[in-house]
Design a protein. Structure first.
Length: 289
């Protein structure tokens, strides 16, 4: 089992010193990766399920935040949980992601994409909410096409994006494309993960039976697409106080990575929580403070 940690500027703030301190300590503790979420824009009355989102929450741009984190650290991998893919043009996104990966020496490796759940957010960026799933599917294909393309250029003619003989340089570190994980809480997301993703990161508000059904759908969709189901990773949310028994339970359900969040409101408390978690699960790290 691999353990990663999430940092949300919406809850922990946008102070650069605090973000850098959090990321450095997570790295020192031995966490595999640091994840950040995304909202492009909020508005009064926006809801995720029954929860109304305060419109003033400071969701910093995730890729800019991860670039900052990369400069403040040296080993920890960079992840999004999730990047709202339909709200980004894949041509510019391919360049941004490749640049972050290159400048971080190959650490932009846990990109997780979703389709978004707020209709007003989609309207604000000119995206039809009803077609955002198809747009995301095509965007994944375009990203991979651009990363794989050489000096002769690549062409694409789809429902949402079109270009001819296009070259996108620099490439990600090592010259290959980046892994793309799919996040979500729907069966459409599970199918997308199986057909196009390198892993699935299901949401938190699912029953155990639905989780199992979606993971089976991920695997069957991969097999139908001629892909290896056993090569796909399953990332799940964990908690800072989780027990070894709970980790074993999630592993038995197919989880290969757990992403936890701290609960303390201040940097010192967050450091203590991370250190305690690292000791409890014997994460590989230098001596903890």
């Amino acid at each position: 089992m691999r353990f990663a940690i999430s940092y949300s500027t919406a809850h922990s703030g946008v102070d650069p010193d605090a973000i850098a301190a959090f990321a450095r300590h997570a790295e020192e503790c031995g966490f595999e990766a640091l994840y950040v979420p995304e909202h492009v824009a909020l508005y009064p009355g926006a809801k995720l399920g029954p929860w109304e989102i305060p419109p003033t929450l400071p969701f910093a741009d995730p890729l800019d935040t991860l670039t900052f984190v990369a400069a403040a650290t040296s080993r920890i991998l960079l992840g999004t949980g999730v990047l709202l893919l339909p709200y980004h043009h894949p041509v510019t996104l391919a360049k941004r992601l490749a640049t972050i990966d290159l400048l971080s020496r190959g650490r932009m490796r846990l990109l997780t994409v979703g389709v978004g759940a707020l209709p007003g957010e989609a309207r604000a960026v000119g995206v039809d909410f009803g077609t955002r799933g198809r747009r995301a599917d095509e965007a994944i294909d375009v990203l991979r096409l651009l990363w794989e393309g050489g000096e002769e250029g690549v062409s694409h003619a789809g429902e949402f994006f079109a270009f001819e003989n296009l070259c996108s340089f620099p490439k990600p570190s090592g010259g290959a494309g980046l892994p793309i994980h799919v996040g979500g809480s729907s069966r459409a997301a599970a199918r997308r993960a199986g057909q196009r993703g390198d892993g699935y990161f299901p949401g938190g508000a699912l029953t155990r039976a639905e989780r199992a059904a979606q993971w089976e759908l991920v695997r069957s969709s991969a097999a139908e697409a001629g892909r290896d189901p056993d090569a796909l990773e399953q990332t799940r949310w964990g908690t800072i106080d989780m027990t070894g028994d709970r980790v074993e339970e999630l592993a038995a359900q197919g989880a290969t990575r757990l992403v936890i969040s701290t609960s303390a409101p201040d940097v010192d408390g967050q450091r203590e929580e991370m250190s305690a978690f690292a000791r409890r699960f014997s994460l590989t790290a230098p001596a903890l403070t």
